[in-house]
Write a protein that binds this ligand. Structure first.
Ligand SMILES: Nc1nc2c(ncn2[C@@H]2O[C@H](COP(=O)(O)OP(=O)(O)OP(=O)(O)O)[C@@H](O)[C@H]2O)c(=O)[nH]1
Ligand SMILES: [Zn+2]
Length: 352
C-alpha cells in the first residue's frame, strides 16, 4: 500500500534539514538534503564522513565530474564518491550552480556505482517536489520510516485531485465566469479552473496556464506569461465559452525558488534550457495529467487548445482528452523576453 501522506512528511523534513529515508526494490538510502543542512547536521548524519553525494546527471555533466557516464536524462541520479576534501562547503558548491563562477572546485571527484538506483532517482524527484536543489548526502542503511517511490507516485498522482470549492467570479474581460478549485489531501497549493461563458454544444476553448508569480503578479517582462494569461481570458470570452486552467506548476514544475536560481544563471548568460540543466532538473518538469484530470472532472472530453507547445497537446491526448484543434497563442515580444521566446522556438519545439 502506498502512502502519499508519508511524502508530505518527508518533504517537510527535507525543508527543515532533517534526514529522510527512501526504500526501493534494490536498496534503501538515508538522505540529507545539502541545501538545508549545515556542517553540524552533516556530522550528526554521517559521523565517519563516508556518505557520498547524490547529484543529478545534468549537474554532474555541468561540473565535468570525472568518469561521468552519459546519462539518458539530466535528472537521472549520479553518485559522487566521498573523498576527504569533499566537506560540507565543497558539497554546497557541487549542489548550487550560483557558486560555479565564484568557487574553483577542489577536485578530483569521481562518479561511483549506484546500488540503490530506485531510491536515488526517487530522492531527486522528491527534491523537486520540495522545491529544493536536487543534491543530497546519501548513506545506505534501512529505516523503519522509509518512504517508497510508489508513495511519491501516489503523492503526484493527478487522479487524486477532486473539486473542493466553486463560486461565481466575474473577472475583468469575462464577467460571466465561475471559479472551481481542486486539490488532493496532501498538496500544499490548489489548482484552479476559470469557467468562462456558458457551454454551447461545441468543445470549449481551453488554456493551460502554468503559475508564474513573477509574470502573472509582478508583471515581469522576462517571459510572456502575464500577457498570455490575460489574452487567454479575452480569447476564451470572445470564443463564446471555455476554460482557463491555472496550474500550480511554477517554473515549469521546479518551483519559484529554483526558477529564481535559473534566472540568476540566465543573468550569467545561460538560456532557459541550459539554466534548468545546470541546476540538475529536466527542461520541463510539469505534469499535464493534472490538466487532463481537471477537464475530466469538469465533464470535458474534447477541447480546442490555446497553445504553441506541442507537448501540451500530446500530454492532454495521453491523458484521454481529445484536442480537436490547436489555436496559436502568440503575443508581441518585448526587448527583455526576445531570447526567452527564441529559446522556446529553437530549443523546446514551440510553434511560434
Ligand atoms: N524553469 C523556468 N521556468 C520558467 C522560465 N520562464 C518562465 N517559466 C515558467 O514557464 C511556465 C510558462 O510556460 P507556459 O506559458 O505555460 O507554457 P509554454 O510551455 O511556454 O507553452 P505555451 O502554451 O505555448 O505558452 C510558467 O510556469 C513559468 O513560471 C525560466 O526561465 N525557467
Ligand atoms: Zn513567466
Amino acid at each position: 500500500m502506498s502512502d502519499p501522506r508519508a511524502v508530505a512528511r518527508a518533504v517537510d523534513a527535507l525543508r527543515r534539514g532533517w534526514p529522510v529515508a527512501i526504500r526501493g526494490t534494490d536498496g534503501t538510502l538515508r538522505l540529507l538534503a545539502i541545501e538545508t543542512a549545515d556542517a553540524g547536521r552533516l556530522a550528526a548524519f554521517d559521523p565517519q564522513g563516508h556518505a557520498p553525494v547524490l547529484l543529478s546527471a545534468g549537474r554532474a555533466a555541468t561540473l565535468k565530474l570525472a568518469n561521468q557516464r552519459e546519462a539518458a536524462t539530466p535528472d537521472a541520479p549520479v553518485l559522487i564518491a566521498r573523498v576527504p576534501w569533499l566537506d560540507f562547503d565543497t558539497a554546497t558548491a557541487l549542489a548550487d550552480p550560483q557558486l560555479d563562477l565564484a568557487t574553483p572546485l577542489k577536485g578530483p571527484f569521481r562518479a561511483t556505482a549506484i546500488e540503490a538506483g530506485e531510491a536515488a532517482a526517487a530522492a531527486l524527484r522528491l527534491a523537486r517536489v520540495a522545491g529544493l536543489l536536487p543534491a543530497f548526502f546519501a548513506r545506505a542503511g534501512d529505516d523503519a520510516d522509509a518512504i517508497t517511490p510508489a508513495d511519491i507516485d501516489a503523492h503526484e498522482d493527478a487522479d487524486r485531485l477532486r473539486i473542493v470549492g466553486r463560486a461565481r467570479l466575474p473577472v475583468a474581460g469575462a464577467e460571466d465566469s465561475e471559479i472551481v478549485a481542486f486539490r488532493t489531501d496532501e498538496m500544499p497549493g490548489e489548482h484552479v479552473a476559470l469557467l468562462i461563458g456558458q457551454p454551447n454544444g461545441t468543445p470549449p476553448l481551453v488554456r493551460l496556464h502554468s503559475e508564474c508569480l513573477t509574470g502573472d503578479v509582478l508583471g515581469s517582462l522576462k517571459c510572456d506569461c502575464g500577457p498570455q494569461l490575460h489574452a487567454a481570458i479575452r480569447a476564451i470570452e470572445a470564443s463564446g465559452w471555455g476554460i482557463l486552467l491555472y496550474l500550480r506548476q511554477e517554473g515549469r514544475g521546479i518551483g519559484l525558488i529554483n526558477k529564481l536560481r535559473a534566472y540568476a544563471l540566465q543573468d550569467q548568460g545561460f538560456d532557459t534550457v541550459d539554466a534548468n540543466t545546470r541546476l540538475g532538473f529536466a527542461v520541463d518538469a510539469r505534469n499535464f495529467a493534472v490538466a487532463g484530470r481537471m477537464l475530466a472532472l469538469l465533464g470535458q472530453k474534447q477541447v480546442r487548445l490555446l497553445t504553441n507547445n506541442p507537448d501540451k497537446v500530446a500530454a492532454l491526448e495521453a491523458a484521454g482528452i481529445g484536442v480537436v484543434e490547436r489555436v496559436p497563442h502568440q503575443l508581441p515580444p518585448n526587448p527583455h523576453n526576445e531570447r526567452y521566446l527564441a529559446t522556446k522556438r529553437d530549443r523546446t519545439g514551440h510553434q511560434l
